[in-house]
Write a protein that binds this ligand. Structure first.
Ligand code: ADP
Ligand code: MG
Length: 445
């Protein structure tokens, strides 16, 4: 259904926490809506106002991309929901947009620009390289490959390059690797590969987000290889992002990997405290939210490095303050931050990790927690520590305590060892990824 596709697109653009908290609560009035007016129902005025002010324009724009008509977006409060909107799996939400027009209709978030990006030492190389490429696409760094952890601004920079060039009337395509793959399989199945190729090989700038999902997707890799050659050969710009360096993407064809390394590879590091503070201030300013410095500092110091999560906190604070018609106090902020950290940690515990890992690695849970120095057990213990550190918010001292270690240096040593092995050994890396996947899916159920 159209509206599901629209929401699926929206989902890719906005913080997940926002989508879960607000968009998922909407229902769509299919009967009353027309091509020029889209009517949604929200459970309360807060959600209605929030969606309307924050996402009204964007929703309208997404409808326009799909239908060619820009509808008015109405969000009303209603209790008897007509139809709860379902989240679509990416498989059945294929954007088949292949016409010439649609390649221009990349879904770029207009607020992700170079101006709204805060530069600090953690991201300054990536920022500068992105800006260069935006100013002179296809000339200097081609391809540009940006990698770094979640929520550090990779997608933001891609959009910034796109927005910059849309304004100069360039053909820009922004796509996540997942979307690229879905479209590819769709067109392959329908015998319309010509259209797919026309679209991807005729743009001036191809922005490919989250390329790590290429891992072990052989057919998609092959297609991308040809797309890459065609564009690169014609002096068209390619920019990619990934959570890791191309060398570390497991199951990536050598010829693609080497092409990814032809141009410039830059990383984004987690922001230092100062940059975090500056980002929070910028976000508040852009969204017309006022938060005292004391609270800004508190959030920056206590939240992790994922800016998306930090944004979620700001939005939540502001929403509550509006609802209660009061200003945001430090005490209130502390509660929200605490809950967020708790929420995350509640999902996965160290015990869950020990349970799954001991089963998969063929050691006993009691052995993992013991002081045994047998090689196999030491390795299993290190893996558990590594996973606990990545999947739970436990600090190094609290992990040391859990495993009966002297202090956090033992934990940091274990982390270092595992990181080294991941760097060295593809199979080991794949094993860790698989374990991590098993743990997260086991706790979600
Ligand atoms: P990634 O793609 O690296 O996971 P995103 O680009 O989606 O991260 O960024 C997550 C959120 O954090 C976005 O809303 C983005 O605007 C914001 N953000 C990240 N880094 C910065 C920065 N340096 N300045 C301003 N906003 C940032
Ligand atoms: Mg991203």
């Amino acid at each position: 259904m159209l509206v599901d596709k629209i929401l699926d697109l929206l989902k890719q653009e906005i913080p997940q926490i926002e989508f879960e908290r607000y968009i998922k609560q909407l229902s769509y009035d299919e009967e009353a809506s027309r091509s020029d007016i889209a009517i949604f129902y929200a459970p309360n005025p807060l959600v209605a106002r929030w969606v309307k002010t924050r996402y009204g324009d964007k929703l309208s724009h997404l409808f326009e991309l799909k239908t060619g008509i820009k509808p008015q977006i109405v969000v009303e409060v209603k209790n008897n929901k007509k139809r709860v909107l379902t989240q679509q799996t990416s498989e059945n939400s294929i954007d088949t947009g292949v016409s010439k027009n649609s390649s221009k209709s990349t879904i770029l978030n207009p607020s992700y620009t170079f101006e709204s990006f805060v530069v600090g030492s953690s991201n300054q190389f990536a920022y500068t390289a992105a800006l260069r490429v935006a100013e002179k696409p296809g000339v200097q760094y081609n391809p540009l490959f940006i990698y770094g952890g979640a929520g550090l601004g990779k997608t933001h920079l891609l959009h910034a390059i796109g927005n910059f060039n849309l304004a100069r009337n360039k053909q820009v395509i922004f796509t996540s690797l997942e979307q690229f793959m879905n479209q590819f399989t769709h067109h392959l199945r329908n015998g319309t590969m010509d259209r797919f190729r026309d679209k991807y090989r005729s743009c001036d700038i191809l922005l490919l987000d989250d390329i790590q999902f290429l891992s072990r997707k052989e057919e998609t890799q092959k297609e991308l290889f040809h797309t890459f050659n065609e564009l690169h050969g014609n002096g068209k710009q390619i920019v990619m992002t990934s959570d890791q360096h191309p060398k570390k993407i497991a199951g990536l064809e050598e010829r693609l990997r080497s092409r990814f390394e032809w141009g410039l590879i830059v990383d984004i590091q987690p922001p230092e405290l100062e940059t975090k503070i500056a980002i929070i201030k910028k976000k508040c300013e852009l969204n017309g939210i006022h938060i005292d410095n004391e609270i800004v500092n508190y959030i920056a110091a206590n939240m992790g490095n994922n800016i998306r999560e930090i944004e979620g906190i700001i939005i939540q604070l502001n929403a509550f303050a509006n609802m209660m018609n009061q200003s945001i106090t430090l005490e209130f902020a502390k509660n929200v931050v605490k809950n967020q950290i708790k929420e995350r940690s509640e999902n996965i515990t160290i015990d869950d990790i020990v349970k799954v890992a001991s089963r998969e690695l063929n050691v006993k849970p009691s052995e993992i927690k013991s002081k045994s120095r047998s090689r196999k057990i030491v390795e299993a213990r290190r893996i558990v520590i590594y996973l606990a550190r990545s999947l739970t918010p436990n600090s190094m001292p609290s992990l040391a305590q859990y495993f009966g270690m002297k202090d956090h240096t033992a934990v940091s040593h274990a982390m270092k060892k595992i990181n080294e092995m991941i760097d060295k050994d593809e199979n080991f890396k794949a094993k860790i990824e698989e374990l991590s996947h098993k743990i997260t899916s086991a706790t979600v159920e």
